[in-house]
Design a protein around this ligand. Structure first.
Ligand code: NI
Length: 507
């Protein structure tokens, strides 16, 4: 929900446009409306004649605010630095840890982006020997935009004043307090309606004679986009963008109202709950803590690896939509439990495969968010990477993993520290099949045969040749008297932040 990649502000050219920047903050309340039906028709708005030199004053919609009074466990988190002129306040809900952490991260990200944006300006100031711009500052604040026992929504707005201009970044966060899940904006709108959203926002901008780039608009409303999504006081859809995101900065941060002819068809079940929470807020019965459904316990194994000759097969980089289900079929047939070190991005894309693997008795662990070399990441980015990956797995399984394999086996003190913070032990391997390199099923089997009691074997379920090798790997190790176990069964209890390379070698 956080916009990625803010634009640096073109400081010099904005002086002339100051007057419009000032206007945009206090625009008229009347909002532009674009009628919206689930099956969109082509809009034929005539292009108004642009007035020479003077952009028309935009009319932006406002997101509906609700009164949070009565919400018992409401609290705030403040990130403040008087010296750097930063003051950020975000809402918190006592007892809702994941929600709170998400918003604290949001606050940190605002600070980071601000400091990135203003530092070069501060340097150029020194160059000229003269202060040519005002001291930059950042303020961020929030309003509640929906509250009900099953849905809570907040609108967040951060305002950067780097020198002469102002930029406003807006976000919304929707949250289900019953199960502790954050709800991405995409989940509020049906797929059909989402595909027509670009058209309707575009029409609303055109109606006001504002130029925009269609590709940028499509990206802003795409899977990686982060518009502020909520409702207006009339229950229509509110779509908000950042300053400079779509249109020239002097228009301010656009808020578009899209008339909902049929809210129930346009919105998903969660979307309708959010709208209800906005139109008829109910602060009384918001649960004090989320009730997270108990994840099904992985089947208790009676294997004792201090006595038996155990081996753990591990598969990294998946799930793959093509190969992982095939591997799962093989493992089910052979009755072999394994451990999958999944990427957060892949788990997010294919949660059903991750859930299936767990249901069939396999262990699910993290292989980080997107396979970055963790030793090249800094503190915050490192923590975020592991947290994002844990969140993706939790959203697929209902529980976070306690094991992690760093990509390339690359680790250092910072990585251990971050892993400890994320509750993850580091799992390496002692047998590398090099399946990713040779892509040869026979060679994969040959390397796997080097296993000894307690070995952890590294493979990758994204490769077809590895899936092809799996039945032969199982057969040959079984012949050697090995018992197949998950990594947790092999190692037993693990300590977050500690590294493990194999299990007990006694048999
Ligand atoms: Ni990997």
């Amino acid at each position: 929900m956080q916009s990625s990649g803010r634009r640096g502000l073109p400081v010099l050219l904005l002086l002339a446009l100051l007057v419009f920047a000032a206007c945009s903050g206090t625009s008229a309340p009347s909002a532009s409306k674009s009628p919206l039906s689930p099956t969109p028709t082509t809009t034929t708005t005539p292009e108004p004649e642009p007035e020479p030199d003077v952009p028309p004053a935009p009319r932006w919609a406002k997101i509906h605010q609700v009164d949070p009074a009565g919400l018992d466990h409401l609290d705030t988190y403040t990130l403040s630095d008087n010296k750097k002129r930063i003051h950020i306040v975000v809402p918190q809900l006592t007892g809702h840890d994941e929600f709170n952490e998400y918003l604290q991260n949001w606050a940190n990200q605002q600070e980071d982006s601000f400091l990135e944006n203003v530092d070069p300006i501060a340097d150029s100031e020194l160059d000229g020997g003269e202060a040519i711009i005002a001291t930059p500052s950042l303020t961020a604040t929030w309003v509640a935009t929906g509250i009900s026992p099953t849905m809570v929504g907040f609108y967040l707005e951060s305002t950067e004043s780097p020198g002469a201009s102002t930029a406003v970044y807006s976000d919304t966060v929707w949250y289900d307090p019953t199960d502790g899940e954050l709800i991405p904006w995409q989940n509020l709108i049906t797929d059909d309606a989402r595909s027509s959203l670009v058209e309707h926002v575009g029409a609303a901008l055109e109606e006001q004679g504002i130029e925009f780039d269609e590709d940028e608009l499509a990206a802003a409303l795409g899977d990686d986009g982060s518009p502020a999504i909520g409702f207006t006081k009339d229950g229509n859809l509110y779509v908000g963008f950042d300053s400079y995101e779509l249109i020239a900065g002097y228009y301010g941060n656009p808020g578009i109202e899209i008339e909902l002819e049929s809210a129930s068809e346009f919105l998903t079940e969660e979307g309708n709950e959010a709208r209800e929470a906005s139109l008829s807020p109910d602060t009384a019965d918001v649960p004090p803590t989320p009730v997270v459904p108990e994840p099904p316990e992985p089947e208790e194994s009676s294997v004792d690896c201090s006595k038996e000759k155990c081996v753990a097969l591990t598969f990294d980089d998946g799930p793959s939509s093509k190969n992982t289900p095939k591997l799962l079929d093989i493992l089910a047939k052979e009755q072999v439990p394994v451990t999958f070190f999944v990427l957060g991005t892949q788990a997010k894309a294919f949660p059903d495969i991750v859930a299936r693997a767990r249901e069939e008795g396999h262990e699910i662990a993290s292989h980080t968010w997107k396979h970055a070399n963790l030793t090249s990441l800094s503190g915050k980015a490192l923590n975020k990477d592991l947290a994002d990956s844990n969140r993706a797995i939790k959203s697929a399984l209902g529980s976070t993993p306690n094991l992690m394999r760093p990509p390339y086996g690359a680790t250092n003190k910072d990585v251990s520290k971050a892993a400890k913070k994320a509750g993850l032990a580091l799992v390496m391997w002692d047998i590398d099949t090099l399946d990713w390199q040779h892509r040869d099923a026979k060679k994969t089997v040959k390397h796997a045969k080097e296993a000894t009691a307690g070995s952890i074997i590294l493979m990758h379920d994204i490769h077809e040749t590895t899936v092809e090798a799996a039945p032969k790997v199982i057969k040959s190790l079984r012949k050697e008297g090995f018992t197949f176990v998950t990594v947790s069964q092999l190692i037993g209890e693990t300590e977050p932040g500690e590294s493990y390379f194999r299990g007990p070698s006694n048999k």
